[in-house]
Ligand binder design. Structure first.
Ligand SMILES: [Zn+2]
Length: 445
């Protein structure tokens, strides 16, 4: 799964928000490559688009048991379960239209969203998946709760969750490993529902939240088990914690690869870890931009006004040119060796009637009737010295006749000196010289 993907067709879903109890409708729509996950509030006079990234995370105060987005005064509340479905199914690009402030709660799990997305089907897109591979271990902690991102598999994200409710026997300790995008998210994780302890549920509703909910609508855990409900898995709680984690990790805006180890963590630590990971992503992308090698384009080199100097540098193999340049003081940027390499490796190129003609090693540069390379007219072509031999201190020149070139002897080394300024021809000549066994820079007098 190295290509980005979206869904094939729009799909809709409705329900009341878990917290606000307000009825809302979501419409999940395909989106172009590199869109990411974008929410759109369609109930406002002017629709507001908010990208689901950690930069748009709503302040956590008053929201410590969920994940919400905010842009100015516009909010999208309780996104974690729909985000879990999107990330769990490996969807990179999607637009989620919403006509309320809060995403429908369904039953407090990613199940309904996952089924809707599976029904819509998936479409591969002509863009490479954005991936971040964890290379440096980082962790966040809060009391005895801890969440760590560690190097691991580079093709998957392995999640190991250790949920420990200590003396609460109806939950106890549950440890589960899940490999994202390899194990079956729809079967193993999506059906796991939100759970609350009975006391937490009372407090939740005392704050005015979820007043429409009864213990049948999500898991309210009493001392001996769920109140008025049944577990879907013996370890449904830890599965739900993994669902929340998968949803929150999607705020990185990239598919994460490596290993996540969680101990008693929740949304707050999830957000802190994603913030740290996003700093790593930014640092890595900055350094990648800095170390990217400059691209030497032979056509640009040929067009440049430094044509003559390039010619002189490129024609001389080995260390001698540096001495020659120093003698002339004309290597201010110290680019001689790099340009020489470019000349030695690039196929010959020249312009002919506005069209670039190319010839590679083993082919001679085309010549005109007078024995000089064709295409020497027009913009960007050399304007001087088509037949002026190169004058370099330390070299003595011997006329050998033949087409367009003399041999030069420099400190016992022999090279073929080209009269035309075609770098391709120079490269060709130099290669010929090398083929004769005159390894540049290796022989001494
Ligand atoms: Zn949840």
């Amino acid at each position: 799964m190295n290509q980005q993907r979206t869904i094939k067709a729009p799909v809709e879903l409705a329900g009341r928000g878990l917290f606000t109890a307000v009825e809302g409708k979501v419409r999940l729509c395909p989106a172009p490559p590199n869109t990411g996950v974008v929410f759109v509030r369609t109930d406002l006079p002017k629709p507001a688009r908010i990208r689901a990234t950690i930069a748009n995370l709503a302040p956590e105060r008053q929201r410590n048991r969920r994940t919400s987005l905010r842009d100015g005064t516009v909010a999208i509340e309780t996104i974690e379960h729909i985000m879990a479905a999107v990330n769990g199914l490996g969807i990179d690009n999607i637009t989620i239209e919403l006509d309320a402030e809060e995403v429908p709660g369904t039953e407090g799990s990613p199940k309904a969203f996952t089924e809707a997305l599976l029904a819509a089907g998936f479409e591969q897109q002509p863009a490479e998946k954005k991936v971040f591979v964890i290379e440096e271990p980082i962790s966040v902690a809060d009391g005895d709760a801890m969440l760590a991102a560690l190097p691991g598999e580079s093709d998957y994200l392995d999640i190991l969750f250790d949920l420990d409710y200590g003396p609460v026997k109806s939950i106890g300790r549950q440890v589960l490993g899940f490999r994202l995008h390899e194990d079956d998210f729809a079967e193993q994780i999506a059906p796991a529902r939100t759970f609350l302890l009975a006391d937490e549920a009372k407090e939740f509703q005392a704050r005015g939240w979820g007043r429409h909910l009864t213990p049948k609508d999500l898991l309210v855990m009493g001392p001996d088990g769920p109140v008025d409900n049944e577990l879907r898995f013996a370890d449904e709680h830890v599965r739900h914690k993994i669902a929340d984690l998968v949803g929150d990790l999607a705020l990185l805006g990239r598919a994460l690869r490596g290993r996540i180890v969680a101990y008693k963590s929740g949304h707050k630590l999830n957000h802190q870890l994603v913030r740290k990971l996003s700093e790593q992503v930014a640092a890595k992308e900055r350094s990648a931009a800095l170390v990217r090698p400059p691209q030497l384009d032979i056509r640009q080199i040929m067009r440049s006004g430094r044509q003559e100097r390039l010619h002189q540098r490129a024609v001389l193999p080995g260390p001698l040119p540096r001495r020659a340049h120093h003698a002339r003081g004309d290597d201010p940027g110290g680019h001689g060796p790099a340009l020489r390499r470019a000349a030695l490796t690039a196929p010959g190129t020249h312009r002919q009637g506005g069209r670039a003609a190319e010839y590679g090693p083993g082919q001679d540069a085309p010549t005109g009737p007078a024995g000089r390379p064709v295409g020497h007219r027009g913009r960007g072509t050399p304007r001087s010295h088509p037949h002026r031999p190169l004058q370099v201190p330390g070299l003595r020149r011997r006329r050998t006749g033949g087409r367009g070139g003399d041999q030069v002897h420099a400190g016992g080394r022999r090279a073929h000196l080209v009269h035309g300024p075609q770098i391709g021809q120079i490269a060709q000549t130099t290669l010929t010289t090398q083929a004769r066994g005159s390894a540049p820079g290796r022989q001494r007098a």
